[in-house]
Design a protein around this ligand. Sequence first.
Ligand code: ATP
Length: 295
Amino acid sequence: MTQTLRDLHSRKRNQGMATTPSGPLDNSNYEDDSFKTLGNTTAKNPRIVARDVNVFYGTKQAINNVNLEVGREELVAFIGPSGCGKSTFLRTLNRMNDTIDNCRITGLIELDGTDIYSPDLDVVELRARVGMVFQKPNPFPKSIYDNIAYGPKIHGLANSKAEMDEIVEAALTKAGLWKEVKDRLDNPGTGLSGGQQQRLCIARAIAVSPEVILMDEPCSALDPIATATVEELMHELKRDYTIVVVTHSMQQAARVSDRTAYFHLGKLIEVGKTEDIFVNPRHQLTQNYLTGRFG
Ligand SMILES: Nc1ncnc2c1ncn2[C@@H]1O[C@H](COP(=O)(O)OP(=O)(O)OP(=O)(O)O)[C@@H](O)[C@H]1O
């Protein structure tokens, strides 16, 4: 069942509570070195653990001392004003920032207890375990079948054509696309609609059996109907995968996520159950963002 902002607020009203925060908001200055993220940054049974993470582009600091855990079978949304560091932090989780020349990261990020920045870690394998879906659907200029088969081929996941067929069908089925494309697997992936292309990219990530799927504004190039389909899919997928999604849409965060993390100028200001963040934000900055006072 998806939840909407209206659901969250009406549930609150039905409980006889105001929809404005019940307690005084915290105004602590996030620029102070002593500032600590409000809310519970830990997760039961964490799959991802980030400790004291800082990210620099040259001399500019984009992420400042972020601590966060993400649990298995959990969908966490990153929200916050443009430029606050959501995408930068997301990219630290599968070392996509490695591709940016002047980017430097300090701190610790673990996936299932393994330091992903360890020098002997295989980054290609890491990016299969932590897949990524981007803002703009980016299918390869290949057939629908080959888009999915590409990763499993590289990672040697199939011993025969029959096994590869099974992987392709399973990934497309999980991404809710099989029925729509099963009769045209040889057609180019780029010929699909925007929403279908995005589901193809999700299927491509799934095909290499990841543990985590990172999504960077996955619906921002999609129309509302394609967005709804992808959001439904996110709901389905969180049963099997840990998902972290960056979104500019507060409605989307409210609809799909279990926990929400609010970033502001490189700091993780507040994190908590999505319902709590939306109905009872604890920091003034979070409330300002949620009520549209900035961002
Ligand atoms: N490759 C880069 N080189 C230098 N600075 C960068 C680079 N990428 C991002 N930044 C800067 O780092 C800060 C965080 O950017 P980031 O893209 O992570 O924010 P964001 O919250 O995802 O923004 P948006 O919502 O607009 O996508 C910004 O000040 C941005 O200008």
